[in-house]
Design a protein around this ligand. Sequence first.
Ligand code: NAD
Ligand code: ZN
Length: 251
Amino acid sequence: MPGMAEQALDRAAALLRGATRVAVLTGAGVSAESGVPTFRGGGGLWEGQPVEQVATPEAFLDDPERVWRFYEQRRRNLLPIRPNPAHDVLAGWQDRFPDYTLVTQNVDGLHQAAGARGVLELHGNIWRVRCAGCGRERVERTVPLPELPPRCTACGALERPGVVWFGEMLPQDVLARAWEAAEQAQVLVVVGTSALVYPAAGLLEVTARHGGTVIEVNPEPSALAFIAAIALRGPAGEVLPRLAARVGGPR
Ligand code: NAD
Ligand code: ZN
């Protein structure tokens, strides 16, 4: 990233140093350098599978085992994956800013693995399963699962991955808290999202409408790049440590 404007980094750092209320929104790009594939650009395929056959409620009704095989594969791929320096910076900032909210569209749990607390997971978490019958939710880190699809020990119904599928509502309490953080944020740092998936992408608009400044960290301009006052063009695992060094440690 030799050509990246030092000036843009300096401006971003100055804004963050002057802020007490900071929010961050991450997408698949923040985990790319950990080795997790991003989603867009796959031509409607997700790890080789048509999305509508593996990540929709209809697909689960039609063939729960197929859906589970896809998630088992993703869970297996994620097992050896570790957070990268971008996750580390974003976890460390919880001790730097008095009012800090980390919102993610990712389901990989890597923010928490880096030590982040209170992460607002808009799209759920692949390490949770939820009963499709009684709604009981539990953490499940066993890979492979002993039985596919897994069944709820409380009511006997099928369990499903604890993620939000295409065409489903987001968890409304989580979305409301993310919305409020975006409204209040003096600075919103948006990292590694294509900003094509709503309502998550709407958070950029919320911050801008309320007078906050949006900083985009992404090698490519996202769909909402025009909303960002500052663009830091480069991989998150390189840009964020450089930015954090300029912002400095806890005050
Ligand atoms: P996306 O795949 O649509 O977009 C990824 C973005 O990351 C792109 O804009 C790309 O330019 C950028 N990017 C690529 N490498 C980067 C890097 N090293 N540093 C910074 N940015 C980088 O992802 P999205 O916007 O999150 O939307 C996809 C949906 O799929 C989300 O809802 C998400 O839940 C889901 N998803 C999650 C994961 C995960 O949990 N890790 C992975 C794939 C998809
Ligand atoms: Zn149940």
